[in-house]
Design a protein around this ligand. Structure first.
Ligand code: GDP
Length: 443
């Protein structure tokens, strides 16, 4: 899934990383390459346009924050934009206030409708529901037979109908009644498909919609057909009003274009992806996970996510200013250590450190997990004035602080030495990249 797009994007990021320094020029080159990668992945041109506009807006005038290296910042922007395109949250299947919930499964023939209906039934029953299946494809007995076999394998009930029920609407209505009687809370209606969109099919589906008032109309599309899948989704939505999409055959070598385009073009979310022929090969679609998969940079992304959740943006900016003004006090030092601590174990963090930024400099201070508490206790035992100006801390004050924190004078001396080192190192980087703005970007 998304393999070739992922490879291409990773190459782009590698190039930026190799640059060491991010300039407006090499950023522009990177953005052009990202655009080509998306087009080559068969992403709809409108989506590519919106995507690049989003990236450009976010990148314009961005502060290069101390927590991220410039390359990481670009990756973060692209990830955020991917999530925007894929859908900002996981779109769950909705249920009706009054059961049974009716889910119509629609799509062209061969897209994987029947297989997906079976998979969905299995998925729902694993998630505490009691689904009932029904096939209303009155033209193809083989299709109905296929669903019946699937249902039997899965141990899920199916409404098979009577010989008199020859119309799709009749079959579906009876299935719903059957669900009401037998206490089934969801009815999955596998509808007929055609090789192409035609009037008869659309009329039939509209009649079904009117008769059943379904909570969900899921459009099933074959991801391997790329933009054709997007086009038919658009058409179905225009004619019928779909509520979500199931993209099948994502286990094949689909380039990802359909997945990245369908939501933007139809305005309806991708809810599930099919990843194989077996009944368990169905996954709820999570935009954030898919974006990470596309970027394929587990280490960098988890670092970005950790920093995002732990670092207070305002504080980070404040800190940056302090560094520039050479005003980094012991109090700030303690805050920084606490922030680091929030990010998890120092050991695991070191591997994810950005190339530039104060976190890397703090790494050299070598505060290990056990020392952390002691260091904080020592700083806590200082008076605000001492924390503000370490020069005040003479011999007798050191003895008092050691006593107050249950440590030794030697420990206090060590801490002051570490703090001095951190200050020096931070000052040297602050003259470099910190605080600089990224140049203006053009696409
Ligand atoms: P329908 O005509 O739309 O009902 O399509 P079917 O459900 O009969 O599926 C058509 C073919 O696609 C069958 O051979 C399925 O096994 C296959 N298929 C469906 N979903 C997937 C999937 O997610 N991955 C793969 N590899 N094959 C699938």
């Amino acid at each position: 899934m998304f393999d070739s797009l992922s490879d291409k994007l990773q190459r782009v990021f590698k190039n930026i990383r190799g640059e060491g320094k991010l300039t407006a020029e090499n950023m522009e080159v990177a953005l052009k390459e990202i655009r080509v990668a998306l087009l080559e992945a068969d992403v709809h041109f409108k989506v590519v346009k919106a995507f690049m506009e989003g990236v450009r807006t976010k990148a314009l005038g961005q502060e290069v924050l101390s927590s991220f290296s410039p390359a990481q910042q670009v990756i973060k922007i692209v990830r955020d934009e991917l999530i925007t395109v894929l859908g900002t949250h996981t779109a769950r299947l909705r249920t009706a206030n009054q059961p049974p919930t009716v889910v119509m499964v629609v799509g062209l023939q061969g897209s994987g409708k029947t297989t997906s209906s079976g998979k969905l039934a299995r998925y729902l029953s694993k998630n505490g529901h009691r689904p009932l299946l029904v096939s209303v494809d009155v033209y193809r007995p083989a299709a109905r037979q296929q669903l019946a076999v699937l249902a039997k394998d899965l141990g899920i009930p199916i409404y098979e109908g009577t010989p008199e029920e020859t119309k799709p609407v009749d079959l579906a209505r009876s299935a719903r009644r059957e669900a009401e009687i037998s206490g089934r809370d969801m009815v999955l209606v596998d509808t007929a498909g055609r090789l192409h969109i035609d009037e008869d099919l659309m009329t039939e589906l509209s009649q079904l919609k009117e008769a059943l008032n379904p909570t969900e109309i899921l459009f099933v599309a074959d991801a391997m057909t790329g933009q054709d899948a997007v086009k038919s989704a658009e058409e179905f939505h225009k004619r019928l009003g779909i509520t979500g999409v199931v993209l099948t055959k994502m286990d094949g070598d689909a380039r990802g274009g359909a997945a990245l385009s369908i939501r933007h073009i139809t305005g309806q979310p991708l809810k599930f992806v099919g990843t194989g022929e077996k009944s368990d090969a169905l996954e709820a679609f999570h935009p954030d996970r898919a974006a990470s998969r596309i970027l394929g940079m587990g280490d960098v992304l988890s670092f970005i996510e950790k920093v995002e959740s732990a670092v207070d943006q305002k504080k980070a900016e404040q800190m940056q200013r302090k560094l520039l003004e050479d005003d980094f006090t012991l109090e700030d030092f303690r805050d920084q250590l606490k922030q680091l601590r929030k990010l998890g174990s120092l050991e695991s963090l070191l591997g994810m450190m950005p190339q530039v930024g104060m976190l890397k400099e703090l790494k050299n201070v070598k505060v290990d997990e056990h020392e952390f508490t002691r260091v904080v206790a020592i700083i806590d035992s200082m008076t605000p004035k001492e924390r503000d100006n370490h020069m005040l801390i003479n011999g007798s004050r050191r003895r008092r602080i050691a006593k107050g924190s249950g440590t030794s004078v030697q420990d206090v001396n060590n801490l002051l030495k570490q703090y001095g080192q951190a200050r020096k190192m931070m000052k040297s980087v602050s003259g470099g990249l910190l605080g600089k703005k990224m140049g203006k970007l053009k696409l």
